[in-house]
Design a protein around this ligand. Structure first.
Ligand code: ATP
Ligand code: MG
Length: 549
């Protein structure tokens, strides 16, 4: 196996291991617990696990860490598989911690035989009360010195279901005075009557994560067990298990920083709260940072991989700006999304000197002339966006005003002759005239206009529900850390807009740049009505607090 040019500290460590002849093939694993949906933090973990193995020509397994039967479900297993495939990674093998329950059990008997584990009758409360503190040693369990024979018998009886839940556990015999709390005779097996999503009721004892994980890694031939920083303090226990069970070669655990992003949460616990309290429509709500939410939003998977690649793999935790993720999405869509026109708040414009209809032409993608053009119909009524007309324009206003000119994108220059208002003074219609010889690409009118705005043809345009999103959470830096206080209760805005008919003809799911509006995904609702939902704004128009400006 060849070394590669290291781009981060993990690759540096792997290169050193290759130099020292410690490894001949790289094996990693992506280890989700099937207790919820994957989020964008997991994409980073995928990149680290699948990506690193791939770079070295090695393999990465999909490893379901299912040692916690009460929270795990097959529904999540299926969703996780789908999400990984969508991101674009392939796993070598699909493996479950539960595949190894028998092996893990046998290793526990081995620890008992070697005098390195004991059955403890203290309750969970008593165990935590005797653990000591960071400055004070813990107290040894009165059951610590049971004989090997007694321990073996009790442990077998635990497995056979002789004892109630929580009445006994198996603990590793390490050091109650260790400065590392995880090494103070940690519990490695508990009694728990809970139906497991794969092994059913076969087991009433389940291994703890810290004990099971190194065994599962070893059984899979994992060379480098890559995980997030919160496991750093658990590494001595990871190594203790490997050393005391005689693993050779012993897998090596390396920790990297978790991905954290402003204006959002990544923790499953909080995401669940958002779903359960009805702040979002579900796990796949387009505002959610879940992989299923991002997919539903129309974010291209390549943009997520690009983002995780660019932020890199480092050893220190930090928070990344959401605007940086958005920039990656925007770069991708600018390149790949076709252009089209829609208005959020339609304002009727009657062109008093224009009669009949006409087919204009527009580029399918301005950056890709090779894609050619498509037709755009034009007639005597068009809709522009309300925000593109002002009755009391500020100085230097470049869009449409009374007695002013503006260019309709890919069409004509128009002049506003008359403003129609209702009894409240609201503008309801504009009467304009088309400037002669001002057609785009063929303009000999001699009139210079500063503003160009998008429009929708009145004769052929279709009604569209346009959904625009703000961030789910305000930024912690400005409003304190509390999750409840940070919630933005007004993050979905629905407009009854209009769009050119082309948008209702294309396939569902296609992303578009709606000119001057943003990047949107096309879908239809149950009634077949056109729905356009925001993927990302055209430019970064959120302030530092995360409010839309
Ligand atoms: P959560 O805190 O959201 O519940 P988790 O850590 O419990 O996440 P797991 O299913 O255990 O989720 O995670 C699978 C892998 O993904 C683990 O190796 C974990 O370290 C990694 N991971 C989880 N969140 C992040 C993140 N924000 N950034 C990078 N890696 C992450
Ligand atoms: Mg976890």
């Amino acid at each position: 196996m060849e070394k590669i040019e290291a781009t981060n500290f993990i690759e540096q460590i792997i290169n050193d291991d290759i130099d020292q002849g410690k490894v001949t093939e790289i094996q990693t694993r992506f280890p989700p617990e099937p207790n919820g949906y994957l989020h964008i933090g997991h994409v980073k973990s995928m990149l680290v696990n699948f990506g690193t193995a791939k770079k070295y020509g090695g393999k990465c397994n999909l490893f379901f860490d299912d040692t916690n039967p009460s929270k795990e479900k097959t529904e999540f297993v299926d969703a996780i598989r789908k999400d990984i495939e969508w991101i674009g990674y392939n796993w070598a093998k699909e493996v479950y911690a539960s595949d190894f329950f028998e092996v893990i059990y046998n290793y526990a008997e081995q620890l008992i035989q070697d005098g390195k584990a004991f059955v403890c009758d203290l309750s969970p409360e008593e165990i935590s009360a005797t653990r000591g503190t960071l400055t004070e040693a813990g107290k040894e369990s009165p059951y610590r010195n049971r004989s090997v024979e007694e321990n073996l018998q009790l442990f077998r009886e635990m497995r056979a279901g002789k004892y109630p839940d929580g009445s006994k556990c198996l603990r590793a015999k390490i050091d109650m005075a260790s400065p590392n709390m995880n090494m103070r005779d940690p519990v490695i097996y508990r009694i728990l009557r809970s139906t497991h999503h794969r092994t059913g009721d076969t087991w009433c004892i389940y291994p703890m994560y810290d004990y099971a994980h190194p065994i599962c890694d070893y059984m899979q031939g994992v060379t480098h067990s890559l995980c997030t920083l919160e496991f750093e303090d658990h590494r001595p226990l990871y190594d203790w298990v490997g050393i005391n069970l005689g693993f050779a070669p012993k897998p090596r655990q390396i920790e990297f920083a978790r991905l954290a992003i402003t204006n959002t949460v990544m923790s499953k616990r909080y995401l669940k709260k958002l779903v359960e309290e009805g702040h979002v429509h579900g796990w796949d709500d387009p505002r959610m940072p879940t992989v299923t939410g991002l997919r539903n939003r129309g974010v291209p998977p390549e943009a997520l991989v690009d983002f995780c690649t660019k932020i890199g793999v480092v050893k220190a935790n930090s928070e990344c700006q959401l605007s940086y993720l958005e920039a990656c999405i925007r770069d991708n869509l600018n390149e790949n999304a076709e252009r089209a026109m829609a208005v959020l708040e339609p304002l009727k414009v009657t062109l008093t000197n224009y009669f009949g209809t006409e087919e204009l032409e527009t580029a399918i993608h301005p950056l890709k002339p090779e894609l050619g053009t498509r037709k755009l119909s034009f007639s005597s009524v068009v809709y522009i966006d309300k925000s593109d007309f002002s009755l009391n324009p500020p100085p230097k206003y470049q869009r449409l005003k009374m007695d002013g000119y503006v260019r309709l994108k890919n069409a004509y220059i128009i002049h506003c002759d008359e403003v129609v208002t209702d009894e409240n003074g609201e503008v309801t219609e504009l009467k304009c005239s088309v400037v002669e010889n001002s057609r785009s690409a063929n303009d000999t009118s001699g009139i210079k206009v500063k503003g160009t705005i998008q429009w929708v043809d009145g004769a052929t345009g279709v009604d569209a529900e346009i959904r625009r999103y703000s961030y789910l959470l305000n930024d912690a830096e400005y409003v304190g850390q509390d999750f409840g206080e940070r919630m933005n209760l007004d993050s979905e805005h629905i407009f009854c807009g209009k769009a050119e008919p082309y948008l209702s003809e294309v396939e569902n799911g296609v992303p578009f740049q709606l000119m001057r509006v943003g990047y949107y995904k096309k879908t239809t609702d149950e009634q077949g009505k056109l729905v356009l939902s925001e993927i990302v704004s055209l430019k970064d128009n959120f302030n530092k607090k995360g409010e839309r400006q």
